[in-house]
Design a binder for this molecule. Sequence first.
Ligand SMILES: [Zn+2]
Length: 337
Amino acid sequence: GRRPEENGNYSNKLRDAMISVIIHEIGHNYFPMIVNSDERRWAWMDEGLNSFLQYLTEQSWQAGFPSRRGPAHKVFEYMQSDKSDITPIMTDAESILHLGANAYAKPATALNILRESILGRDLFDFAFREYAQRWEFKHPTPADFFRTMEDASGIDLDWFWRGWFFTTDYVDLAISNARLYKIYQKEEDSKKRAPSTFRNSNQLANKDVQLIEGMDLAFPVTFLEEIRFADQVDALPPAEQKHWKEYDYYYELTIENRGGLIMPLVLLFEFRDGTTEKKNIPAEIWRRNNESVTKVFSLNKEVVQITLDPYFEMGDVDMHNNRWPRNVSLPESRVFK
Ligand SMILES: [Zn+2]
């Protein structure tokens, strides 16, 4: 690596680079020198794990340390590049293309996401420590790592290993549709009235209907569906009716998986009254269909904006399709450059 000038001067950039490389090389005392994986075959098992630990160490050394690898945005340009030019992480080290991205940056980001957004720090750290202790002075293979992380955390992570380690897919989830359903409080003989009568009726004081009239077109409500749904609710057992009557707004979101990698859904709902609510949906939502999922969120407040992956945890490569309604420009801070 580079060294300070002869007179002893060095730039901040050089200082940070030297701190980084020292942290990295010390990490190799553990991976692969103690947890003795085969670097000639699976470069990521020491370089990837070590780059991940390097990132954590750098950030605890100094908050906001300019880490070269670890955060998702450092790797997604690589991940969405021409697929004929990239290989899965699980490629024999002699055949890997782009060793730096493949053996260092991508596994570091994958593990970081697994820790921060899927398992959580406590569970991840417990499982990772278990891997290191179970396999110290032994020769683990990739399957030993995958299995130990699942075994120790008690969480099925097959979908995660498959996507991140065995494919060249990337993360691009999109809110492709959003609909609002409201439970209409039925008046007498309302069934007999055509939807247009509701819409046009002057003397109709029903506030639900008025709200719907003024609603943003991005959340279309069809009256027919609404009325049918109200009828269905009345036909439900009392306990279920209670649930449906407890909430005022039912937002049905359709999320499409355009990049291939399935991920948990982190959704930020912004309400008209200025408050917000974050909802986390585990990746298991994709288990029956890994291309498109639909889910209804029961809420008591009117939503003005929905954002998928609002804090950029998942490494989503295209944030423009993560917002609904679409016609709201993306804050600069969320745009990757
Ligand atoms: Zn290394």
